[in-house]
Design a protein around this ligand. Structure first.
Ligand SMILES: Nc1nc2c(c(=O)[nH]1)N[C@H]1C(S)=C(S)[C@@H](COP(=O)(O)OP(=O)(O)OC[C@H]3O[C@@H](n4cnc5c(=O)[nH]c(N)nc54)[C@H](O)[C@@H]3O)O[C@H]1N2
Ligand SMILES: Nc1nc2c(c(=O)[nH]1)N[C@H]1C(S)=C(S)[C@@H](COP(=O)(O)OP(=O)(O)OC[C@H]3O[C@@H](n4cnc5c(=O)[nH]c(N)nc54)[C@H](O)[C@@H]3O)O[C@H]1N2
Ligand code: SF4
Ligand SMILES: [Mo]
Length: 667
């Protein structure tokens, strides 16, 4: 028996980017664990990824190239073909389209893996050389990212580890225990040392359960709450005027706006009490150090970009940034920018062309209406049929018989079911990659633990072979994964160290904005223009719609899934059991609905069938449709994106998943 340990990194779209230790016995992975030596991992993984071997060895892994033999509206049927046959046919189809107009070829990818290599390193080269359409990757974080960048100049924030030293932690729009477990460890440490924890979330999450206070705002009202807090900071003199004078632009304008938000008005808009506004402002204005953990929950509404701006300005007004355990963290990803090689995807291969850009968040409309039409779509690291908003349109788009669809996948997802070709991709246990993070500031390497299963290949290899089949001859298509890893960063990152130790920390100051130094052109935080923007769909903005569809629906992640990944892993699905809609007892009684009933949440766009859970986790007027089920594993072939819409946020052109009115009835 031979046993070895391989160093890895978790590839998932999660702020924690854990360092992995993979145990291989007789060429089979028997254990995936968190590395004890890596500070941010501290030896623990979430339930999902501790089952990563179960996912990799899943009986339903796609292990051979598959070619469709049914129409797009029948039950999907595929036959196994050889790699040579699949690649030759795909190349012929793509070359025929490219000869007319290469921007009718649409890549579609997101964060199934966050790895730089299996992400865009080789794929980006291919699309650039071909002149294919580009993809605006907005589906998750671009509203908040744009809000943060407009305020601080880049996506930068506190060190996660310094939350441990805070005396007040406001967890704002984040269910950290479910989606950012390793942050929670630091927050818990602060709690044990006497810190107060406040959770601001429409849903009473498992994180809210563990905080001292939960403020259940209505979805999309965080910008108003931040202005209300500012009103009180001004009224009570809880401002750090010296910090503002030195490091903030636009305060006079923002101050005027905030003065229009006394606690009573704020409370009415947010659906909370005036005392909750006053108490939050008092805690925030009088506790040092005070830290805010923002996550992406609040920015999935029309005004999400501005909400992030207003919250991000709070630590600039109180001077919380002066302390290493004060300030705010939404994303740390901007810290990596100076260390990344901007030429990795070889933008020079575009040779002066500027292909059209398609927003991934409106892929439903794009597939049905783009002019010129999208004739081919190549999907990798994403499951748009399940995760993109307004899925009735996404499904109709992918069902077009004249659309040529190639999906690189581990499994027959809802999207793979609508492909012309499905190509088997390797998992993180089978390929090399390098990773940055959006929760901490270490670069990590993932080494392959086992050989690819079946005929699976890494995305890099699939795109390398596709480039050859397409007749692309630039030498960059011959670069190996080892060479790509060496090209991914500037020389400040030591690839040998990554190989032997597994990670390398970036040298980021402990209190990065103690003396200002924001990454805006003049180094000052920018307050001008930030304002509350109400939801598209709310009683405030569209009373007629709200009369027909009186319930606000949010669809945050389920703890045991990662977006739509892991839904097909039985042991995890068994924990989540079935698609749920959580509803407050008063709303259920008003509709004559009982706990456990099969219900439908519906609006003009669609109808989502789920099991009703009458639960104190839902506040009155808001229902929680926990995501993101595979449609085919859900009830009646639906998931929560049946009812979401494709209108975009104020900043960043992102989807407004949590800005969605519905009614619920018995199904
Ligand atoms: N277990 C698990 N972990 C995950 C994921 C997953 O699917 N499952 N997804 C990963 C991904 S892709 C991301 S982007 C990250 C971050 O993922 P996020 O989208 O930030 O997810 P959550 O941490 O659940 O935080 C969102 C919280 O915001 C709340 N919320 C909804 N609307 C509002 C609002 O208007 N205002 C406020 N204040 N709160 C609101 C929701 O109820 C929820 O509790 O998590 C990652 N981690
Ligand atoms: N209603 C609603 N919708 C949402 C959200 C919500 O909160 N509510 N959250 C949104 C957010 S935050 C995000 S980030 C998006 C996420 O959307 P996606 O990025 O599409 O995430 P997943 O659903 O996890 O799908 C990733 C797919 O990539 C595949 N994959 C993983 N690794 C590899 C690989 O190495 N190679 C290949 N070829 N494939 C691989 C996985 O098998 C999986 O099927 O969903 C969004 N949709
Ligand atoms: S907590 Fe996040 S980074 Fe860590 S193993 Fe789980 S999904 Fe991966
Ligand atoms: Mo995300």
């Amino acid at each position: 028996m031979t046993t070895r340990t391989v160093l890895g990194a978790c590839p998932h779209d999660c702020p924690d980017t854990c360092a992995l230790q993979v145990t291989v016995e007789n060429e089979r992975v028997i254990k995936v664990q968190g590395r004890a030596e890596h500070a941010n991992t501290h030896g623990a993984l979430c339930t999902k990824v501790s089952r990563y071997a179960e996912r990799t060895y899943h009986a339903e892994r796609v292990l051979h190239p598959l070619k469709r033999v049914s129409s797009k509206t029948e039950a999907p049927a595929f036959v196994q073909v050889t790699w040579a046959e699949a690649l030759a046919d795909i190349a012929a189809r793509l070359n025929a389209i490219a000869a007319r107009d290469p921007q009718r070829i649409q890549p579609y990818s997101y964060a199934g893996t966050m790895g730089l290599l299996q992400g865009e390193a080789m794929a980006g080269r291919l699309w650039n050389a071909l002149g294919a359409a580009r993809l605006d990757r907005t589906i998750c974080a671009s509203a908040g990212g744009a809000g943060l960048a407009a305020t601080y100049g880049h996506k930068l924030g506190m060190h996660t580890r310094h939350f441990a030293g805070a005396k007040l932690i406001v967890i704002w729009g984040s269910n950290s225990i479910a989606s950012n477990l390793h942050f929670w460890t630091y927050a818990n440490q602060a709690k044990r040392d006497g810190a107060k924890l406040i959770c601001i979330d429409p849903r009473k999450t498992e994180t809210a359960d563990k905080c001292h206070q939960h403020i259940a705002v209505l979805p999309g009202t965080d910008g108003a709450l931040a202005l209300g807090v500012m009103h009180e900071l001004i009224a009570h003199g809880w401002l750090d005027q010296a910090y503002i004078d030195a490091h903030v632009d636009g305060w006079d304008e923002l101050r005027e706006k905030a003065l229009a938000w006394p606690p009573e008005r704020t409370a009415a808009v947010c659906g909370i009490t005036a005392d909750e506004v006053r108490g939050l402002a008092r805690d925030y204005g009088t506790t040092t150090p005070a830290a805010i953990r923002l996550n992406y929950g609040m920015q999935r509404v029309r005004g999400g970009g501005n909400a992030v701006r207003l919250v991000a300005l709070l630590p600039c007004l109180t001077g919380a940034w002066r302390h290493e355990s004060g300030g705010l963290l939404l994303s740390a990803s901007g810290w990596f920018a100076p260390y990344k090689n901007p030429a990795l995807e070889r933008p020079d291969l575009l040779a002066g062309r500027t292909p059209r850009m398609v927003n991934m968040s409106t892929i439903g409309d794009a597939l049905l209406q783009a002019d010129p039409p999208i004739e081919a779509i190549v999907v990798y690291n994403s499951n748009p049929v399940a995760v993109a908003p307004e899925s009735p349109k996404v499904v109709a788009g992918f069902q077009r018989e004249d659309l040529f669809t190639v999906v690189l996948e581990h499994f027959m997802t809802d999207t793979a079911d609508l492909a012309d070709y499905v190509l088997p991709a390797t998992t993180q246990l089978e390929h090399l990659d390098v990773h940055t993070s959006y929760g901490h500031t270490d670069v990590l390497m993932n080494q392959p633990a086992i050989a690819p299963l079946g005929e699976a290949k890494p995305n890099t290899q699939i795109f390398r072979e596709l480039a050859a089949a397409l007749g692309l001859t630039d030498p960059c298509f011959a670069d190996t994964d080892e060479q790509l890893a060496a090209q991914a960063f500037t020389t400040d990152i030591d690839v040998e160290l990554l190989r032997t130790q597994g990670w390398q920390p970036l040298p980021i100051a402990d209190a990065p904005f103690a003396n200002g130094g924001f990454r805006t052109p003049n180094g000052r935080a920018q307050a001008a223009g930030a304002d509350f923007v109400p939801n598209y769909e709310s009683a405030l903005t569209d009373p007629a719609l709200a009369a027909r569809y009186p319930l606000a629906m949010i669809s945050p992640p389920a703890r045991n899934f990662l977006n739509s990944s892991f839904v097909n892993v039985k042991s995890l699905r068994d924990i989540e059991r079935e698609p749920l809609i959580e509803m407050h007892a008063d709303d259920a009684a008003a509709r004559g609905l009982a706990d456990g009933a099969r219900v439908a949440a519906f609006n003009d766009r669609g109808r989502y069938v789920a099991t009703l859970k009458v639960s104190p986790r839902a506040r009155p007027g808001v229902v929680n449709g926990l995501g993101i089920w595979w449609r085919k594993l859900g009830l009646d072939g639906t998931n929560v994106n049946e009812v979401t819409h494709q209108r975009l946020t104020d900043l960043g052109e992102a989807p407004a998943f949590y800005d969605c009115l519905v009614e619920v009835e018995a199904a």
